[in-house]
Design a protein around this ligand. Structure first.
Ligand code: DC
Length: 224
């Protein structure tokens, strides 16, 4: 395994610490970060903008054919418009979770994500990156944490963006999304058999990244 061009997949539920850790790991390795959730959120944003119902139908398919979603570093664009600032609201989170159950939604971005991963030097972050997008990824991680800790992190994240939400409401939102993400028929959230599970409860992002680096370096040294 060549440390110069790995494909690293990081999956797990909301609030498990994926975003912070994936960004830090990508930075440490000098890799590109592919935030797959941001792509789905951008699609949800565009569906909301178009006033379409959140169900699979001809209108949704026509809409998807008419839009282009692109990742440009940490920005996500719909038909060239930067929507990064508008996709992280509770409303878009809930809509995204519903839309990501639908085949045309997943079919729109999965091939793009695979293409971006070609050649390696990428950290993919999401729910199905180690199971569906890149099942052959060199190193896979599955991050999780207690529900309460995940809710606290999510609440702080929202607060940093000026959205105030009580902890019980965040906890409920997280649990609803978990059920939707884990039980959907298509690309459900689950740990890949060969993923390294890390419980991030009580760990700092730096501690998690160090643990990941250890795993990556160990594999690169012991396999050729
Ligand atoms: O990671 P996030 O909160 O930005 O993800 C938003 C939603 O998109 C979440 O409900 C899970 C879904 N998602 C998915 O189905 N597949 C992915 N690879 C990434 C996210």
């Amino acid at each position: 395994m060549n440390l110069e061009k790995l494909i690293i997949a990081i999956d797990g539920p909301a609030g498990a610490g994926k975003s912070t850790v994936s960004m830090a790991l990508a930075q440490r390795l000098g890799y590109r970060l592919i935030d797959t959730g941001a792509m789905y959120r951008a699609l949800a944003w565009s569906v909301a903008q178009a006033g379409l119902p959140a169900e699979d139908g001809p209108a949704l398919r026509r809409h998807l054919d008419s839009i282009e979603v692109t990742l440009d570093d940490d920005r996500v664009l719909i038909n060239g418009r930067d929507v990064s600032g508008e996709i992280r609201t509770p409303v878009i989170s809930a809509l995204t979770s519903r839309l990501t159950m639908l085949a045309p939604i997943r079919a729109k971005v999965t091939p793009l994500q695979r293409r971006m991963a070609t050649g390696g030097r990428v950290v993919l972050e999401g729910r199905d990156t180690g199971t569906v997008v890149c099942p052959g990824a060199d190193v896979k991680f599955y991050l999780d944490a207690s529900d309460e800790e995940r809710a606290r992190r999510r609440q702080a994240e929202l607060a940093a963006r000026g959205v105030t939400m009580a902890l019980p409401a965040v906890l409920e939102e997280i649990r609803t999304r978990d059920v939707q993400d884990k039980t959907r028929a298509l690309a459900p959230l689950r740990k890949a058999d060969d993923a390294v599970a890390i419980d991030t409860t009580g760990l700092t992002a730096e501690q998690v990244v160090n643990r990941m680096m250890q795993e990556i370096e160990q594999r690169c040294c012991t396999r050729s």
